[in-house]
Ligand binder design. Structure first.
Ligand code: 3EB
Length: 375
């Protein structure tokens, strides 16, 4: 069942960019300062919100709907509140800065282990690790050891099911020691999965693999106690079956993953680009790449709906998307196509970033949240 939500705030609104109340007549749209749960008193395991830096800096871990991690795009001061903050090193194209906050009504513990900063709730484990200054074959070594620690950590902490991985590699398309850095990364990541054979292999996480101009290798993740439903795209070969020409080892992720908690259904959309089968399409043509990527997203959502019976709406106010553009000059044309297809109210961040195949000019990912209605 799709919840219709009304009175959505736009991306650049101040505090109270909260998920608005589902349209239950009398209860719709009530907002005050701070982040609101979709219904008063309702438990919220997880929600993603886009905030301005000012709104972000007013948040507190004592709020009822509290942050447990934040991704900072562009220049944003640290909050000093103790939850993990990740600097994406990706520049927003439509504003000086945006903050992506993961919020919950659960109790949150902040912690650190094996090089990861962690936030732990009853339902979820969030972690982030950054390794600076890695070059050449050492990219594979760094990726392998980071992923070994990560897989050990989620097992030990009893959140063995990876839902979502974010992989950001400096100079992702650079050639070093005879191989593209992204392929060194894939090799190391694959070695870790092969060595540890985690439960996660049966339920590969949604993921993205993108590049930044700096920041070494940064990996962050969300893991849960029980598995979600991984979904593949009928228009694309599964990434873990890519032919060897894309690198000595295939990437280990699913095209999307649906996970239900008490608060509703969360769909994690992997990085989706202009690839059909296993091949990149429309080399050098931005408009066609954006259209092809969005066709892929719709096909994936369609097949998720078929498999799960869950309706998912890309343009819902509780959907948050990121559009990655290799070339900032493409911003106006990309935005025009995205808004034509999703409407101008869709929550989309436009970020300058590299993409792990050099011919790809565009990638999109994000999450769709469908809050459950209480009887
Ligand atoms: C692709 O579809 C484009 O290496 O984790 C998308 C999502 C991509 C995840 C990853 C890479 C990754 O192959 C790139």
């Amino acid at each position: 069942m799709t919840v219709r939500v009304q009175g959505a705030s736009r991306l650049t609104d101040g505090p109270g960019v909260a998920v608005p109340a589902p349209d239950l007549g009398s209860r719709s749209g009530a907002r005050s300062d701070g982040l609101q749960a979709s219904l008063l008193g309702e438990r919220l395991a997880l929600d993603f919100r886009y905030l301005t830096p000012d709104a972000y800096l007013r948040l507190s871990s004592r709020d009822a709907v509290r942050p447990f991690a934040a991704i900072l795009h562009g220049e944003v001061a640290a909050s000093g509140e103790g939850w993990p903050e990740v600097r994406s090193r990706l520049r927003p194209l439509d504003a000086p800065a945006h903050v992506e906050v993961l919020v919950t009504t659960s109790a949150v513990d902040s912690d650190a282990e094996r090089g990861f900063k962690l936030a732990v709730t009853e339902e979820l484990l969030f972690g982030v690790c950054r390794v600076e200054g890695v070059r050449g074959v050492r990219v594979a070594e760094a990726a392998e050891s980071l992923y070994r620690e990560l897989l050990g950590l989620i097992e030990w902490r009893r959140y063995p099911c990876l839902l979502r991985m974010w992989n950001i590699l400096e100079d992702v398309n650079g050639q070093q020691d005879g191989l593209e850095r992204y392929r060194h990364f894939c090799r190391g990541r694959h070695e870790a999965f092969a060595a540890i054979q985690p439960a996660t292999l049966d339920c590969p996480p949604a993921a993205c693999g993108i590049g930044a101009g700096e920041g070494g290798l940064c990996v962050y993740f969300l893991a849960a106690r029980d598995p979600g439903l991984p979904v593949e795209n009928p228009r694309q070969i599964s990434a873990y079956r890519y032919p060897r020409r894309y690198g000595p080892r295939s990437p280990s992720f699913s095209r999307g993953l649906l996970k239900r908690f008490d608060d509703g259904a969360h769909f994690f959309l992997s990085g989706t680009a202009s690839i059909t089968g296993h091949e990149s399409r429309h080399h050098g043509r931005i408009s066609e790449q954006v259209e092809e990527s969005l066709t892929n997203v719709r096909a994936l959502i369609h097949s998720t709906q078929e498999r799960s019976g869950q309706s998912l709406d890309l343009a819902s106010p509780t959907t948050t998307l990121r559009a990655y553009l290799r070339n900032e000059d493409h911003y106006p044309v990309v935005r025009e196509i995205v808004e034509r297809q999703l409407g101008s109210n869709a929550n989309v961040l436009y970020l300058r970033s590299d993409i792990c195949r050099r011919e790809l000019l565009f990638e999109i990912d994000g999450q769709i949240f469908v809050p459950s209605l209480r009887p």
